[in-house]
Design a binder for this molecule. Structure first.
Ligand code: OGA
Ligand code: NI
Length: 214
């Protein structure tokens, strides 16, 4: 059983270590644990309430024309988050993701100037989300995807890992435990959500701006 790291590692602003910068430029992602973990767990409770109140929509796959078929590709239910989100922990996370936009801009010396942010729940049992990239080169200004997982605990046996397909041909599975922050190149990193036997909750932001050059 994986329990989140509640130590003061929840440092903000985000200063990227050598290691994080290396994995981002070399493999297209980095992971930071212990990012606003307590808030993430609180937001988990709010998300479950939203789901119980039936306040979430079935996730679409971008274009309306394929929305009805999206069920085949992804099994999550979503809502968009912004400054008007009423659930306090989710609204606080939206604010932290606003700050993170500046931190990431600084770290990569680019100007990320806008983002959209989504709460996604994969209600159990769930088949996950098939292998995909989040943005297509030349068709989008989505540059970085950042996911914060909200689940208070996670057991590998439950499934629900994010599987990343790395440029060197290997894969890496990430367990969706609260406080774990994952950032990857939206146009590069293929990934999928494995089937899960437990409800699985995350927030995701897509940061937009000019192309990234390493
Ligand atoms: C997505 C996605 C991954 C995850 O929403 O595009 O790939 O781990 N989510 O929730
Ligand atoms: Ni994705």
């Amino acid at each position: 059983m994986l329990t989140p790291d509640l130590s003061p590692a929840a440092r903000s602003p985000l200063e990227l270590s050598e290691d994080e910068l290396f994995t981002l430029s070399e493999h297209g992602y980095f992971i930071r644990d212990g990012w606003h973990t307590a808030l993430a767990m609180q937001a988990h409770g709010e998300a479950m309430q939203l789901m119980e109140a039936d306040d979430l929509s079935e996730a679409g796959v971008s274009r309306a024309a394929v929305a009805r078929q999206s069920e085949r590709f992804r099994g999550d239910r979503i809502t968009w988050l912004d400054q008007d989100t009423t659930a306090p922990a989710l609204r606080a996370l939206w604010r932290h993701f606003t700050t993170l936009q500046d931190d990431l801009s600084q770290a990569f010396r680019i100007c990320l100037d806008r983002f959209e942010m989504q709460l996604a729940i994969y209600p159990a049992p769930n088949r996950g989300y098939v292998r995909h990239v989040d943005a297509f080169r030349d068709q989008s200004s989505r540059r970085l995807t950042t996911i914060l997982y909200l689940n208070p605990t996670w057991d590998a046996a439950w499934g629900g890992q994010l599987r990343m397909y790395l440029p060197d041909g290997t894969t890496r599975d990430i367990e969706p435990v609260a406080g774990r922050l994952l950032t990857f190149l939206s146009e590069e990193l293929e990934h999928e959500v494995l089937p899960t036997t437990q409800d699985r909750v995350a927030v995701t932001a897509w940061y937009r701006g000019p192309e990234l050059v390493f």
